[in-house]
Ligand binder design. Structure first.
Ligand SMILES: [Zn+2]
Length: 400
């Protein structure tokens, strides 16, 4: 018995909370077929996240394009703040109400993964971040994890199926299993070099049997220039000494002329660890922190019924624009009647909640994963990891 469903069942709206099905039944019985506008936004984000990256839009499009609705939406990869509407859907409530569960599910998890990947990449700067954590989640969603990790900013992903989806080669090193079975780190590294095609970078795992610096010297001596990196998958029990271990390994390698050999870190690392290790590390394999990232808690709320603004307590009614300055990233939410213009910094403003789907048609071609990732990286230069290091953009947004 498999505990997942098919994409067809998803598209048919079968994943829905029972209260939406009952609502549909009641409205149909009473002959009420209202034209409704609803918006999606996150009222807050996981602790310590001042912003998030919108992802899951492509899958969402697969569902939306077959519904008789109009949708305005931020483009996939847009960095947004809490309270900013990321999507507005309008149509007959009976045509889309039962899809609320599905639409939220497609966006909440994907955006969480993309955001965590973006946070790791922000912390790592120019250094490579590879997604290693698919093994911690259900295998049927491996491509989803890898794609969203990549568009969020990861430089590579470890699972082949996920890599294919984004048009990349999978990235990987060697597991402890290979070294244990061959009985020796140098032997295993030599075998890797003999058997695996030359275009694959040689990264030796150096923490299986001996002290990392001894193994680093051994494998560098064996492979010479062919050794791209050594991987330290140091268990968290030794975490306190990790920087010292890295310093030792770097020192010993440099002393013997292996300055080009990089240090690749993995093993329960998150964006905070990256900040700490970045002066010495050259690349990271990130597991659970990305694959099991907190979700972004989007919710869908009605803001207009049959042309009249109406919303529940605590929500602002009516259709809105989200307008952002291209230069300073200052972002404002305003009623539909306002238009983008000039920012106080003289930069040109643009609307970022843009028409996406209209009555069964996608209104622009969906970007490739590599284009979405580039878009995320451009925006990452404008934001910081933490609230207390807010950029002008975030500060100004909140003041409004
Ligand atoms: Zn501006």
């Amino acid at each position: 018995m498999v505990h997942t469903i098919t994409w067809k069942e998803v598209k048919d709206g079968l994943v829905t909370d029972i209260y939406f099905e009952r609502t549909k039944k009641i409205l149909e019985a009473k002959g009420i077929d209202s034209y409704v506008r609803a918006e999606l936004k996150a009222n807050s984000l996981p602790p310590s996240w001042p912003w998030a990256v919108l992802a899951g839009v492509e899958e969402c499009a697969e569902v939306l394009k077959d519904l008789p609705v109009d949708v305005r939406m931020m483009k996939e990869g847009t960095i947004f703040d809490p309270q900013q509407p990321i999507m507005e859907i309008s149509g007959k409530y009976l045509d889309f109400g039962q899809y609320e569960t599905t639409i939220l599910g497609l966006l909440c998890q994907a955006s969480g993964i993309a955001t965590m990947a973006a946070r790791c990449k922000k912390a790592a700067g120019k250094k490579d971040v590879i997604s290693f954590g698919t093994r911690r989640m259900h295998p049927t969603i491996a491509p989803l994890i890898e794609r969203n990790a990549y568009i969020g900013g990861c430089d590579g992903v470890s699972v082949g199926l996920g890599a294919r989806l984004i048009g990349k080669e999978p990235s990987g090193t060697m597991p402890h299993a290979l070294i244990l079975i061959m009985g020796d780190t140098v032997k295993a590294t030599r075998a890797f070099d003999e058997v695996i095609e030359p275009r694959v970078k040689r990264v030796s795992l150096i923490d299986t049997f001996n002290d990392e610096k001894i193994e680093a010297i051994n494998v560098a001596g064996e492979l010479g220039d062919k050794l791209y990196a050594v991987r330290l998958d140091t268990p968290s029990s030794r975490r306190g000494d990790f920087l010292e271990i890295m310093k030792e390994v770097r020192w010993e390698l440099d002393l013997r002329g292996f300055r080009e050999v990089k240090l690749f870190l993995s093993g329960g690392i998150d964006e905070r660890d990256i900040e700490r290790y970045n002066p010495l590390a050259d690349a990271y394999g990130i597991g659970t922190a990305i694959s099991a990232a907190p979700v972004v808690d989007f919710s869908m709320d009605i803001i207009e019924i049959d042309g009249h603004p109406l919303a529940k307590r605590g929500k602002m009614s009516g259709s809105k624009r989200v307008i952002r300055c291209r230069e300073c990233f200052n972002t404002r939410i305003c009623p539909l009647k306002e238009r983008p213009g000039r920012c106080s910094c003289e930069g040109i403003e643009e609307e970022i909640l843009v028409p996406f789907v209209s009555k069964g048609n996608l209104l622009y071609p969906l970007p490739k994963p590599s284009q979405i990732r580039e878009f995320v990286l451009q925006q990452l230069s404008k934001v910081e990891l933490d609230n207390n290091r807010e950029t002008g953009w975030l500060r100004k947004t909140k003041e409004r």
